[in-house]
Design a protein around this ligand. Structure first.
Ligand SMILES: Nc1ncnc2c1ncn2[C@@H]1O[C@H](COP(=O)(O)OP(=O)(O)OP(=O)(O)O)[C@@H](O)[C@H]1O
Length: 215
């Protein structure tokens, strides 16, 4: 399986944010997107995830059986800046919602809700309203959303911002396990994700866009 982006460009409003971005990410590998504030990292991730339209170019997931995921977007988990959880619902209710929403991928049911909470170090508090959790605990539970249903492509926007060191290490472990299982990760970050020698894509913003990919 291989996530292939070719010649991507995107606008926000009337402004062209980046152009001619191309990369490939093979199964079991990650690509880390770096660049200064406003250079278009979040925009690129949202375009790849199908959440924003692209101005040109294409995104394909090669080597994935056509009947498994109808679109690239359907094969992606997207963890954005926000946690995508309802504060008034319990953690369990939130995670059950997402588990039902995603449904089961063929041959892979994903983690149970309690199992996913334990995997992020927070087993035993899924009965609490999400809004009661600390900011770091909320982020960890948002990470648990990645586990309740299998999706081969994880798109991660500043996943560990404002997390403590233990949570960073925990999350690096989750991503490594995802890669070990043949998954793909595309992450935008200002801080090291602890993934070792992941390939990097550097964005400089429009009027200085360049893309470099290794691996
Ligand atoms: N809805 C919008 N309308 C117009 N411009 C926008 C909109 N959303 C974002 N932008 C602009 O698009 C550019 C890229 O924003 P983006 O969030 O992708 O950058 P980023 O590299 O992820 O930044 P950061 O490191 O601060 O998170 C910025 O200049 C931003 O002001």
């Amino acid at each position: 399986m291989r996530l292939v982006a070719e010649g991507l460009s995107a606008k926000r409003g009337e402004d062209l944010i980046f152009r001619d971005i191309s990369f490939q990410i093979g199964a079991g590998t990650a690509l880390v997107v770096k660049g200064p504030n406003g250079s278009g990292k979040s925009t690129l991730l949202r375009v790849v995830a199908g959440l924003l339209p692209r101005e040109s170019g294409k995104v394909q997931l090669n080597g994935c059986p056509a009947d498994e995921f109808e679109t690239v977007a359907a094969a992606c988990h997207y963890l954005g800046h926000r946690n995508a959880m309802k504060r008034e619902l319990t953690v369990a209710e939130n995670l059950h919602f997402w588990k039902r929403f995603f449904g089961e991928a063929q041959g892979n049911a994903g983690f149970g809700v309690e199992e996913a909470a334990e995997a992020v170090g927070l087993g035993g508090i899924v009965h609490l309203p999400f809004g009661y959790l600390s900011a770091g605990q909320q982020r960890r539970m948002a990470m648990a959303k990645l586990l309740v249903a299998w999706r081969p492509v994880w798109i991660l926007d500043e996943p560990t911002a404002a997390l403590d060191t233990a949570a960073e290490i925990m999350f690096a472990g989750l991503v490594k396990e995802h890669l070990r299982c043949g998954g793909i990760a595309l992450a935008a970050t200002h801080q090291p994700l602890g993934l070792g020698s992941a390939a990097e894509l550097h964005m400089a913003g429009f009027a200085g866009v360049f893309a470099e990919v290794w691996g």
